[in-house]
Design a protein around this ligand. Sequence first.
Ligand code: TMP
Length: 211
Amino acid sequence: MKTPRSLFISFEGIDGSGKSTQCKMLYHELLDRGYSVYLFREPGGTSISEKIRDILLDKENEGMSPITEMLLYFASRNQLITEKLTPALEKGQIVLLDRFVDSTIAYQGFGRDLSLDSIRKVADVAIGEVRPDLTVLVDTPLETAEDRLDKKVLDRLEAENAGFKERTRNGYLQLAKEEPDRFLVLDGRRSIEELKEAVIRRVDKELEIES
Ligand code: TMP
């Protein structure tokens, strides 16, 4: 088993962007190469966090306030960090996360219009200094993403209106502009294979730096 110094990579994008497919493809590629690698999804990744996920995505919880929603995402995240993420990184493993704190800033901050300042204050408590080494943003126009979602039953967040989703997408792009070194922004309209190659090219660079 190869063991680089720890590497933490998150995948971000609006629902239907194609980020989860890319996250899984990278996971299998790294496993095939003999790396010790973990993949978790957010919200989720621990049994407590999966229960919080159910509450968050349940369409019956229409009346959930934006602040309750934001706090629950951070509650799920803190549990994942404490139980799985930090121990894995401390052992020098690679951790891939399908979403992390940028999702909360994009969805609850830009999408729901919660103040970014209040989100960052909660982030201080819930995640401290934990940040990804690399964040892959799969940026996909709303129409393309919606076409992909058409085929499945939508959860509470996926069923949000177009304005919310457009604000979320723009929020991501703004975050990427603020931290160009951390973000790799890819055009989600490219083929799955092309995207995979672009992700691997960048991850290879990170692995060289780490070794
Ligand atoms: P998923 O479908 O990518 O697993 O994510 C679940 C939903 O939760 C998705 O619609 C995005 C949303 N979400 C937020 O609104 N804020 C967050 O912090 C996270 C992690 C996800």
